[in-house]
Design a protein around this ligand. Structure first.
Ligand code: NDP
Length: 279
């Protein structure tokens, strides 16, 4: 009997990842012969760990914090959405042995936001916190959904400005640091998306309460059993709806699975199980 095909998620830290469980469920439901593990790689070790995984026959990787931009230079080719985002979250080894980089974060996020949670983006005012790998993947699909405006706020202002320049042609986009937010946005946003890694460290970006109102949806990309500081902050300041990134996690995983195995697994059952287990 042939060995199952090998896949993994690579990141640092990685112990919190639910991706191995999700892909095992997808594989079981679709009858695919594969194993999926988690690999911890520091930024310094990334290139070597990645090469060794593929040299030893690995078929595909998911890429998470903080490597999504760093792996770009290790790819032989990129999908259009990875090229536009300037970030890779899914790698497939092709039959020629070369590495193809894709980005399924944006489509996974939009499926969860607009279908699972049923939150519209068109004509809404959107605040995106963060300018890292995940934020890059979200920008293009968010702008394609025609918001009234999109503001990017980041601790490192230069990174936010770089994204605003890069995506300027795609829609009404402005960038600022956290201290410039109140002046730029005097009334609450309709949607605030936390795409920073702050929640992973139980931290909260420096946000002023005036950003949130009863009509505001606050979506934290982070996921886990406990509400994040951002979700607690949003509730404390009267946000209309809060959600965390479990749905995005499952939807982006399904897109990666489709790329690797040619079949898109059903996500509803896996998402329900994850939520029931406090995912
Ligand atoms: P990166 O390391 O690429 O980027 C991190 C971003 O967070 C940067 O903009 C950084 O700002 C900002 N940041 C980090 N700490 C703080 C802090 N204490 N206060 C304010 N800003 C901070 O990470 P990713 O973009 O890959 O991931 C970001 C988050 O999204 C993570 O929590 C990750 O788990 C989550 N995620 C969830 C997914 C899902 O499917 N649910 C999918 C992808 C990501 P600066 O530039 O100033 O350093």
């Amino acid at each position: 009997m042939p060995e199952p095909d090998r896949y993994a998620v690579i990141g640092h830290p990685i112990a919190h990842s639910r991706s191995p469980w999700i892909h095992a469920e997808f594989a079981r439901a679709t009858g695919q012969s594969m194993v999926y593990t988690a690999i911890d790689a520091t930024p310094a070790a990334l290139g070597e760990v990645l090469r060794s995984f593929f040299d030893s026959g690995g078929r595909g990787l998911n890429v998470t914090v903080p490597h999504k931009q760093a792996v770009l230079g290790l790819m032989s080719s990129l999908s259009e959405r990875a090229r536009v985002a300037g970030a890779v979250n899914t790698i497939a080894r092709q039959s020629s042995g070369t590495l193809f980089g894709d980005n399924t974060d944006g489509v996974g996020f939009m499926r969860d936001l607009t279908i699972n949670v049923a939150v519209p983006v068109e004509t809404r005012r959107v605040l995106l916190l963060g300018a890292g790998g995940a934020a890059r993947g979200l920008l293009s699909p968010l702008l394609a959904a025609h918001p009234a405006e999109l503001v990017i706020a980041n601790r490192d202002l230069a990174r936010a400005l770089e994204l605003a320049t890069r995506f300027a042609a795609a829609g009404p986009l402005r960038a600022c640091g956290y201290d410039g937010l109140a002046a730029l946005a005097p009334k609450p946003f309709d949607l605030i998306v936390n795409a920073t890694a702050a929640s992973l460290h139980q931290q909260l970006p420096p946000l002023s309460p005036g950003l949130v109102g009863p009509g505001t949806v606050c979506y934290d990309l982070a996921y886990g059993p406990a509400s994040t500081p951002f979700v607690l902050w949003a509730r404390a300041h009267g946000a209309g709806l809060t959600c965390m990134g479990t749905g995005m996690l499952v939807e982006q995983a399904a897109e990666a699975f489709l790329l690797w195995r040619g079949v898109r697994p059903d996500t509803a059952d896996v998402l329900a199980q994850l939520r029931a287990s406090g995912g």
